[in-house]
Design a protein around this ligand. Sequence first.
Ligand SMILES: Nc1ncnc2c1ncn2[C@@H]1O[C@H](COP(=O)(O)OP(=O)(O)OP(=O)(O)O)[C@@H](O)[C@H]1O
Length: 191
Amino acid sequence: MTSPKVSLRPIVISGPSGTGKSTLLKRLFSDYPDSFGFSVSHTTRAPRPGEVDGVAYHFVDRPAFDKLVQENSFLEHAEFSGNCYGTSIKSVKDVAEKGKTCILDIDMQGVISVKNTNLNARFLFLAPPSLDILRARLEGRGTETPESVQKRMDQASKELEFAKTGAHDKTIINDDLDRTYEELKAFIFDK
Ligand SMILES: Nc1ncnc2c1ncn2[C@@H]1O[C@H](COP(=O)(O)OP(=O)(O)OP(=O)(O)O)[C@@H](O)[C@H]1O
């Protein structure tokens, strides 16, 4: 597919878990493999066989990770099963350095963080047609326990409230996937 010109300003896509962000981004990356990139995260977990430092992750030890936290280098960071993960501001800038538009799939805390940087990002909110449909998608994905569905539904309400504050440049409701994808592209290739 020929790639229309796209700005190197990072694009932040947020929205409740299960709204369809990964589905849409997979399609975008597959249709335009040379135009977009994800930032490379930092982690304190050990590399798995075949994982290259700086490609899969930036592998760092705990003191180095803590130092980056102290220096406010991360847009977001969290600990999962004893390992730390973080998205650095620099890793987002590195994508543009390579001539690609960085796409950030992050939650509302991440949106607030990005707004407090000089990344000059554009913000897209992907909304579900309704909370009932969101629940059905989460259940239909087959990846969640009933508890984790409930946790995501609780968080979804907070994300939807946050979107009402006007923090995003555009909101798209993901009802019909093909139509949503066209709207997503219109937003992305707009500038
Ligand atoms: N427009 C749509 N109509 C029907 N089903 C959809 C639509 N978009 C996505 N789905 C389905 O909804 C489920 C959730 O989508 P997806 O995993 O892409 O959500 P997500 O926003 O990336 O969630 P997370 O933040 O948890 O990664 C998937 O099973 C996907 O196939």
